[in-house]
Design a binder for this molecule. Sequence first.
Ligand code: UDP
Length: 330
Amino acid sequence: MRLLATGGAGYVGSHVSAAFRASGHEVAVYDDLSSGHEWAIPPGTPFTRGDVRDTSRLEAALRSSRAEGVLHFAAKCLVGESVLKPDLYFDINVVGGASLLRAMERAGVKRLLFSSTASVYGNPQTSPIPEDHPLNPVNPYGESKRDFENLLAAAARAGAVRYASLRYFNAAGCAEDGSLGEDHDPETHLIPNALRALLPGGAPLTVFGRDWPTRDGTCVRDYLHVEDLADAHLRAWDRLCRDGEGGVFNLGTGTGSTVLEVLEAIRNEAGRKVPVSFGPRRDGDPAVLVASNVRARRILGWTPCRSLADIVRTAWNWGQTPIKNVERRR
Ligand code: UDP
């Protein structure tokens, strides 16, 4: 089928778009390149550089690509930044989302997969977290994603859209073939920061807190390989097209790793210890975030099959690829 991926030049968007192309779909890209990269768009891909709040431009991109559906990744996604600039987060994630729904309506496109987040849950009351856990986001990022989920639900009730909302836990790792990877600026995520600490001249990684109520005092997260994440999108999309059924799905492995366990996996892969310093807790970090993925397994027939070692290996491999190094030299 023909799809338009908003944010298709970003980290998750580029990997998911690649998986759709590999299964025979045509994926055009709409991205403002504020955090995405031109090198993440394969040559020959129809590409529109634009802002999601620009409804007319979106409509034109939907029409010119003759899109039959949308993969909506375009968003601001840094918790810390959202606390400082809440207006920007609501503007892009909610107003931009509304603009996309308007453009879809005008272009006659009804199907959508939405890139949501575990941040909609806030501090979990139970672990692992099921989809019916109360939504109590604790920062503007999570609030903006929850608000757009609410808007989607209302639009679906009005018959304007059919959608699935995919709540990501910690997307991590890079393409197995080394063609795509994670490159944020600024980089705030644990695994790329830990790998950077291993590069010549790399500053030690700061571990945020060692007094958490967890097995080794560091935070527990559910790291999911981005290609397993992509596979879940394909399954959700197939179901949406086949049965017209959407829904909300947590995407995680169901197992958590502490920061120190991640650093140990990196030591195994790289053969060297990541230099670290221990700092205070980071504001807004819950101690433990682990997905219940029972619903995605049962309804989508999805099984995440890549391990933490695979995540670290592919991320390390990517960190050494020419594209990455060219980009870094700029
Ligand atoms: N973390 C850390 N040092 C860093 C980045 C992250 O100790 O430089 C910790 C962070 O406190 C959290 C975990 O690593 O417990 C994962 O953080 P990340 O930013 O990768 O993802 P998040 O869980 O915030 O979405």
